[in-house]
Design a protein around this ligand. Structure first.
Ligand code: ZN
Length: 87
């Protein structure tokens, strides 16, 4: 019995979980009501606003649900897991 029995299956399971979940920005947006989501989305779409600035404005509003500025940046660059499904 090798340590690597079922390795690919484990990777597939984790991968599927991540794809289903999306990143924490997507999760936070999904939890907001439509009006708030549109407000945050419009800030995310303005490239002149930095992800750090968005993080700092989000933090007092969403508290522990606030994604890191790194995650916000990744979401804006569409290199996060939730963009896979929306493309
Ligand atoms: Zn995302």
């Amino acid at each position: 019995m090798s340590k690597f029995d079922g390795f690919t299956r484990d990777v597939e399971n984790v991968n599927r979980r991540w794809q289903n979940r999306g990143c924490s920005v997507g999760a936070m947006l999904a939890a907001l009501d439509a009006e708030d989501r549109a407000e945050v989305q419009s800030a995310l779409d303005r490239r002149e606003l930095t992800s750090v600035a968005i993080y700092n404005a989000l933090l007092p509003r969403v508290g522990s649900a606030c994604p890191s500025s790194y995650t916000i940046n990744r979401h804006r660059n569409q290199s996060c897991t939730c963009e896979v499904e929306t493309k």
